[in-house]
Structures are given as C-alpha cells and as structure tokens.
Design a protein around this ligand. Sequence first.
Ligand code: FES
Length: 141
Amino acid sequence: MSESILVGQLSEIIRVGGRKRLTVRGRDIFIIARGSELFALDSFCYHAGGPLHMGDIEEMPGYTCVVCPWHRYKITLRSGEGLYHSIDPHNLSKPPVLCSKGVKQRTHLVTLEGDDVYVTLSTGDPAHTKLESDQYNSPAS
Ligand code: FES
C-alpha cells in the first residue's frame, strides 16, 4: 500500500537551491521545486545510472526536463518520459520533431501540507510496472 512519508520542509528545499536528494524506504530519489510545483524522480538515470539528480533543467515545448549529465538524455519532470529529437535522414532540411520514448524514469508523488513535504513512492502501488530506472534506484535485495 502506498504511504505518504514526511521528507522535509519546502522552505529548506528552497533555501538549498530548490533541489534535495534523499533516501526513502531505501530508494534514492530527488525532489525539485519549480515555480509552485514539486517533482520527485529516481536519482540515477535509467540509461546507465548517471547522476540525474545533478542534471540541469531544460524547458522544451510543453515539457520541463532534467538533462542527465552523462549522455545528455532529457527526461520530463512530470512523467519520467525520455524525450529525443527525431530527424528524417532522407530530408535533413526538415526540422527535428520532438518525440517520446515513453516512461523510462520512475517518478513519485510529492504533496505539500503547509511547509511539510511528503513523498509517496510509486513502487508502493502493487499494480506498478517495472521501469528501467528501477535497476539503479531500488533498495538492495
Ligand atoms: Fe544518463 Fe546516459 S546515464 S544519459
């Protein structure tokens, strides 16, 4: 069953730059504050375990992404989708098209009560499906 866990205060997260890495139930995650929203994702990149929690934020049409420092993969903060630009190799004058690889990085629910920040791990849902980021962020078994 999913459980909401107190992980800190919003004022503290803002004070340290709007980002916090932590371990919840043995899972390595990070929280990002963007405007009035909070997001939580697995800390290590689904691609090869890079330090996604240290990635820059990049705005793309319709998406806010975190960019992995290792190979520059772009992952949406809201859904954990991997994004890429597709080109037509037969017509290089066509502009690249933004495409999704689907959900690759696990995200978690973040809620706020006053200044208190709570995380609900998406792995707490018995119906959750395995994602590629699980291999780098799950508790050791
Ligand atoms: Fe993140 Fe390769 S490890 S893009």
